[in-house]
Design a protein around this ligand. Structure first.
Ligand SMILES: Cc1cc2nc3c(=O)[nH]c(=O)nc-3n(C[C@H](O)[C@H](O)[C@H](O)COP(=O)(O)OP(=O)(O)OC[C@H]3O[C@@H](n4cnc5c(N)ncnc54)[C@H](O)[C@@H]3O)c2cc1C
Length: 290
């Protein structure tokens, strides 16, 4: 399908990008990897008059570690992050989720910032950002601000970004102490968007092992839940406790129904996946503490 007509510009700095977004407001759209925006335009679901291509903007593709966080530039591609040693070592949940996104060709062009700004409920990265309590660093001609993941993903394909704002980097805080992660999903075919997915991070707390679980495809936006340490006990977890927790979380969901799956099916799969990621992450943590 042919794209509708649009104008195109290729700024080389964040300031120039922000000036263009301020000047054109709702008529402009940032173009990153184009893997979501261009199909949406081809389907006539968006008709921006101007595409602001950030492919040549400097300073948006670094991965940096400081004492308590990893910051990732918004234009880093899924493929580059999948191979990045810092991501593999310090952000295992992200490392496990990246290969589940689409196919190599799409991961080579698609960016972390594009995925988070697009906010598809079935995408992996919004769920991982929620799981890890990421913070979005945003710039506009009006200034800078930081938005917590909990406040960023507002609803279906909608975020807290204003039309004149550019997502520049994502900060992933590193928790103190030992932790372990697991990510699982169910898709009809390898590379398809998942029907449902679950990611989990477990970490040692004073009274046991605390868990945080995030789900994709289980609601109209990615969702996350915290499970108190007292509920799960020591790692590895008891099967019955993990099952009880997963059933209780699944009951809180209100999954969408569409041509791919019914609401009940999504709720059931979500419960099964939560149980599996809890047990898997709990087993990894148990192994690490032995
Ligand atoms: C066939 C196919 C299968 C796919 N399967 C999956 C999948 O299984 N899982 C998955 O998660 N994704 C999947 N995707 C989407 C893919 O991951 C995209 O890369 C991603 O959603 C968007 O990233 P992008 O860089 O291509 O963004 P673009 O398409 O360039 O932009 C997407 C949106 O984000 C905005 N935007 C981009 N960057 C910024 C920024 N820095 N600041 C502000 N706004 C910005 C754009 O204006 C646009 O509205 C699939 C795509 C295709 C075509």
């Amino acid at each position: 399908m042919k794209l509708p007509a649009f104008s195109y510009c290729a700024p080389t700095s964040v300031d120039e990008t922000c000036a263009l977004l301020r000047e054109h407001g709702d008529d402009a759209k940032v173009l990153a990897g184009g893997q979501s925006l261009l199909p949406v335009m081809a389907l006539r679901l968006a008709r921006p008059a101007l595409l602001v291509d950030i492919g040549g903007v400097g300073g948006l593709d670094g991965v940096e570690v400081d004492s308590d966080a990893v910051s990732i530039g918004a234009r880093c591609t899924h493929a580059a992050l999948e191979r990045h040693p810092i991501v593999r070592e310090l952000l295992p949940a992200l490392h496990l989720a990246l290969p589940l996104i689409a196919h190599d060709a799409i991961r080579t062009r698609g960016t972390i910032g594009g995925s988070l700004a697009h906010n598809d409920p079935a995408a992996e990265l919004p769920a991982v950002a929620l799981l890890l309590r990421a913070e979005m660093r945003v710039r506009s001609a009006r200034g800078s601000r930081t938005i917590r993941a909990e406040d960023f993903f507002e609803s279906y394909l909608t975020t807290a970004l204003a039309p004149d704002e550019l997502l520049t980097s994502i900060r992933f805080p590193l928790g103190a102490g030992l932790s372990a992660c697991a990510v699982r999903e169910v898709a009809r075919r390898h590379g398809d968007f998942a029907l449902v997915g679950a990611a989990c991070r477990v970490s040692i707390a004073d009274d046991g092992v605390a868990a945080r679980v995030a789900l994709l495809g289980a609601d109209r936006v990615a969702v996350a839940f915290d499970v108190d340490a007292a509920v799960l006990g020591e790692a590895p977890f008891d099967d019955g406790r993990a099952r009880d927790v997963s059933r209780e979380l699944a009951d809180r969901l209100d999954p969408p129904e569409d041509v791919h799956a019914s609401s009940d099916y999504r709720r059931h799969v979500a419960g099964v996946l939560v149980e599996r990621v809890l047990l898997e992450a709990g087993a990894k943590l148990g192994e690490a503490t032995r």
